[in-house]
Write a protein that binds this ligand. Structure first.
Ligand SMILES: Cc1cc2nc3c(=O)[nH]c(=O)nc-3n(C[C@H](O)[C@H](O)[C@H](O)COP(=O)(O)O)c2cc1C
Length: 132
């Protein structure tokens, strides 16, 4: 599948199979995210691949019960948690370089889209949700 086809056909998925994900595929999805553009190449992202059921339940509890992804998080084989190291994107020598302050949300958003597309072309479904 080429990139335009991947962009056109990717959809948010909220109903999942419980089939385990191949390790090779598991490496390639965050691997694509790590190649995303970032502010001055600061790469503020940190990815945590969660397979543990207790942790998945804890993550699900951070969403409201009426969120369509809440139940899905407990069923999916893996959850990729994208975290940001703050005061990197948009910062030079410890100080903000623009009036907008921290650019981590911009960079994490780009990385999340690469994650979504890499998952899609690897035959995996996925859905983004955000928690602060
Ligand atoms: C920043 C952001 C937050 C989102 N949060 C949630 C969420 O909490 N729960 C959910 O089920 N979907 C969430 N989504 C998925 C959107 O609802 C979905 O992308 C949108 O409805 C368009 O559908 P599509 O992704 O299939 O094109 C989120 C998407 C983004 C970009």
């Amino acid at each position: 599948m080429d990139v335009l086809e991947a962009i056109k056909t990717r959809r948010s998925i909220r109903r999942y199979k419980t089939t385990l994900v191949d390790d090779k595929v598991l490496e390639q999805v965050p691997g694509a995210a790590r190649r995303s553009p970032s502010w001055a190449n600061t790469q503020c992202w940190r990815f945590i691949v969660v397979c543990n059921d207790t942790l998945k339940t804890e993550l699900a509890s951070t969403l409201s019960t009426n969120n369509p992804s809440t139940n899905a998080i407990e069923i999916v084989p893996i959850v990729i948690v994208a975290c940001a190291e703050v005061r990197k994107a948009g910062f030079y020598h410890g100080g903000p370089s623009t009036t907008l302050g921290d650019w981590f949300m911009f960079d994490i958003g780009l990385a999340m889209e690469n994650t979504a597309l890499a998952a899609h072309v690897s035959g995996l479904g996925g859905c983004a949700y955000w928690q602060f």
